[in-house]
Design a protein around this ligand. Structure first.
Ligand code: NAD
Length: 427
């Protein structure tokens, strides 16, 4: 099909089978047979299941799964499955965990498993009085919400509280009702969204306003996971390293430009475990970044201090809306295997372990930045990626990568030249 005749307007695409869709896409994009075959090889995810999880499936995209060792959380030995395409992320957790292992590893805690659903009402004539009318209906609200989800109730969850805010907005005052719901071992998006939708007509009736949005907030600040660790001075290489790490934290906490990268590093670890367990990476990321900006300035999600005995103390606190059931957690066989490796019995436990992983990740990044710089550790794997980009295959990849690292110039053009020389010499 020539470029000018290509059309993205394909009716009934969703009704076709994955193979039929792939044939259409292959023709549209001029995919060769090999590329199409790669797409349709869904590896450890059955094509039928993939087709049920999302819309318009043509294949799957595999991401490496690595295991971080040395982790100890609340005295429990853990192996951590991490799904990530970025080099050094898994190694960073192993290294950080090794350096605090003998000192006891990580301790963790959690504020609870409460999610918030929001209901937006506009055009309310007397928002402050309407607020009180809603608050006065607490028992009725509880009955409506709990009536939506008897299974959640059976597992000890359900409605916990109602809060109402009068929000000043560009369009005038809005009345925002928050339903606080314990979602136990579920991430809870669907659970609380259903409650908000069910309650919405009542809110309209009680307020005389018009209800628009009814959906959870990803700023899950009633579901904060916390972790802490002490890295002994002799394990991390002395006072200069310790002070460099503390100063790196001070930098991030004072400067959003730095904090964005600092927190991105934390999320390298967090998102890798969230993904490996079939949880919603975007939900956790949105919550983390919104929480980092909770006092009006975007700040660090971790803190580093010096203990009374001169060691390095690190802590983290961030919203962690993850579940053991719901979404892809139960459906994806790899997520199930990862949860088994972790051996977590509750969503709370999973959240706490993930917080510890985020802290470990951040420690390693700050230590590298405060000492040798981040590139040294990255180089070996990065050089392999560059070698592959230059066309190296099989045993060539390691050989080209090694030469790149030795020369200290890990660049694709250099890799290409090395590869050409290598192939010429072999002829
Ligand atoms: P879900 O609706 O699939 O499962 C939750 C339900 O499982 C509960 O409502 C309950 O009825 C039942 N359940 C069984 N055992 C339970 C136990 N031990 N604890 C708690 N509940 C138990 O999933 P969910 O967690 O409500 O929703 C998660 C999904 O919603 C994710 O896939 C996410 O991507 C998606 N989502 C996210 C957003 C967002 O983050 N903004 C919005 C919409 C949907």
């Amino acid at each position: 099909m020539s470029q000018s005749h290509r059309s993205s307007r394909i009716s009934g695409f969703h009704k076709k089978s994955p193979a039929e869709r792939l044939a259409i896409v292959s023709e549209f994009a001029g995919l060769g047979g090999a590329a199409a075959a790669k797409l349709s090889d869904t590896g450890n995810l059955d094509l039928d299941l993939a087709d049920r999880l999302v819309e318009n499936v043509v294949g799957s995209m595999n991401i490496p799964l690595g295991i971080a060792t040395n982790m100890k959380v609340d005295g429990e030995e853990l192996l951590i499955p991490m799904a990530t395409e970025e080099s050094s992320v898994v190694a960073a957790v192993c290294n950080a965990a090794r350096q605090c292992y003998d000192a006891g590893g990580f301790t963790s805690s959690m504020s609870g498993t409460l999610m918030i659903a929001q209901i937006q009402a506009i055009g309310v004539a007397d928002p402050h009085a309407a607020r009180l009318r809603i608050l006065g209906r607490r028992d009725e609200i509880k009955a409506v919400c709990d009536g939506c989800d008897p299974i959640l109730l059976k597992f000890g969850g359900g409605f916990r509280d109602v809060e109402v805010r009068v929000l000043d907005s560009q369009g005038g005052p809005m009345l925002i009702t928050h339903l606080i719901v314990d979602t136990r071992d579920a991430m809870g998006a669907n659970a609380v969204n259903s409650m908000a939708e069910k309650l919405a007509p009542h809110i309209a009736e009680w307020t005389g306003g018009r209800v628009y949005l009814r959906i959870l907030s990803n700023l899950a600040d009633r579901r904060l996971a916390r972790a802490h660790a002490v890295w002994p001075l002799d394990q991390i290489g002395g006072e200069a390293v310790r002070d460099g790490i503390v100063s790196a934290y001070h930098f991030a906490d004072a400067d959003p430009y730095r904090a964005a990268t600092h927190n991105k590093g934390i999320m390298n670890g967090v998102s890798a475990v969230v993904l490996a367990t079939g949880n919603d990476t975007r939900a956790v990321e949105a919550g983390a970044h919104a929480y980092a900006a909770r006092d009006g300035r975007y700040r660090s999600l971790t803190r580093f201090e010096v203990t009374a005995s001169g060691d390095l103390s690190g802590s983290i606190e961030l919203p962690m809306a993850v579940g053991l059931i719901g979404g892809a957690t139960k459906a994806h066989p790899t997520a199930q295997a990862c949860l088994k490796i972790l051996g977590v019995a509750s969503a709370e436990r999973l959240a706490r372990v993930i917080a510890a992983v985020g802290l470990a990740q951040n420690f390693s990044a700050l230590k590298a930045l405060a000492t040798t710089g981040i590139q040294k550790g990255h180089m070996a794997l990065h050089a392999q990626n560059i070698a592959m980009m230059a066309g190296a295959v099989g045993g060539e990849i390691d050989r080209v990568a090694r030469i790149l690292v030795e020369r200290g110039t890990v660049r694709q053009d250099v890799a290409q030249a090395i590869l050409e020389d290598m192939r010429a010499a072999a002829r």
